[in-house]
Design a protein around this ligand. Structure first.
Ligand SMILES: NC(=O)c1ccc[n+]([C@@H]2O[C@H](COP(=O)([O-])OP(=O)(O)OC[C@H]3O[C@@H](n4cnc5c(N)ncnc54)[C@H](OP(=O)(O)O)[C@@H]3O)[C@@H](O)[C@H]2O)c1
Length: 234
């Protein structure tokens, strides 16, 4: 797909991986709408980008948004959705475990309401995460959610063809998702990646190039692209 001149909608497009994807789409000449709950936090809005306030869990607002926007070409969703529970399952607060699935509901909501208006040669990219297929200690909640996201994409790909849907699965990426600062932040990324084949955190741009690849390559659908520093085989 030639991105130049296309209409792209990026949920979670105001921070981290989604913001990098928004920037790259805009650099390639797309007209981008970037949505999140607090888009006003984004200080330098890239050119060709409009920001809109939206909660991916608000189904009525999503339905209205897609109706009003009409036809478009590219849908990306990298919104975290809400809270993420961390820790072993047997001692985990079950409401926290359940709340982690808000990411899945955000993804399924936008696919449900947005696919109708996606052009036939258009495509969707969702973001899962390496724990989906290799769960390390404490990651049972995000592993369960990531697995569900990947199964959802594989399952719905035949239903929406010829429209395409793919997943990008990041490893540990240095984004504003982590609130840690300074030395604590540095130590966190060092400790969580030191056993990987590429022992460092990835950058949002490294993941966004995978999103762009999934958009541009018209011969892939229902698949997952891993951008994880070798997490799965480390
Ligand atoms: N960073 C990592 O290490 C890593 C690893 C594996 C997978 N991932 C996945 O990659 C995706 C992107 O993560 P990131 O690191 O780029 O996070 P991030 O920097 O925190 O960005 C998340 C974006 O999602 C938006 N968002 C969150 N909940 C939303 C909601 N309910 N409705 C609308 N927008 C919402 C946020 O804006 P508002 O808060 O303003 O709504 C923000 O724009 C997520 O799915 C995450 O699970 C990240």
């Amino acid at each position: 797909m030639d991105i130049n001149g296309k209409r792209a909608i990026v949920f979670g497009g105001t921070s981290g991986i989604g913001l990098s994807a928004t920037q790259m789409l805009s650099d390639k000449g797309a007209h981008v709408i970037a949505l999140s709950r607090n888009p006003e936090k984004l200080e330098n809005v890239p050119k060709n980008v409009t920001t809109i306030k939206m909660n991916v869990l608000d189904r009525d607002a999503l339905e209205k948004f897609f109706q009003e926007e009409g036809e478009y070409d590219i849908l990306v969703n990298s919104a975290t959705g809400g809270a993420r529970a961390v820790g072993p399952f047997l001692s985990m607060d079950l409401d926290g475990y359940k709340a982690s699935f808000d990411k899945l509901w955000g993804y399924t909501n936008v696919v449900r309401y947005g696919t109708k208006y996606l052009k036939d040669n258009g495509n969707i990219v969702l973001v899962s995460g390496s724990p989906a297929r290799k769960c390390r200690p404490g990651q049972i909640a995000i592993s369960s959610v990531g697995g569900a996201v990947e199964a959802f994409a594989r399952g719905i790909a035949p239903e929406i063809a010829p429209k395409r849907i793919n997943i990008v699965s990041p490893g540990i990426i240095d984004t504003p998702m982590s609130p840690l600062q300074g030395k604590e932040r540095e130590d966190y990324y060092k400790n969580t990646t030191n056993n990987n084949l590429i022992p460092r955190a990835g950058t949002p741009d490294e993941v966004a190039t995978g999103i762009i690849f999934a958009i541009e390559n018209e011969f892939i659908t229902g698949t997952t692209i891993d951008i994880d520093g070798g997490w799965l085989i480390s």
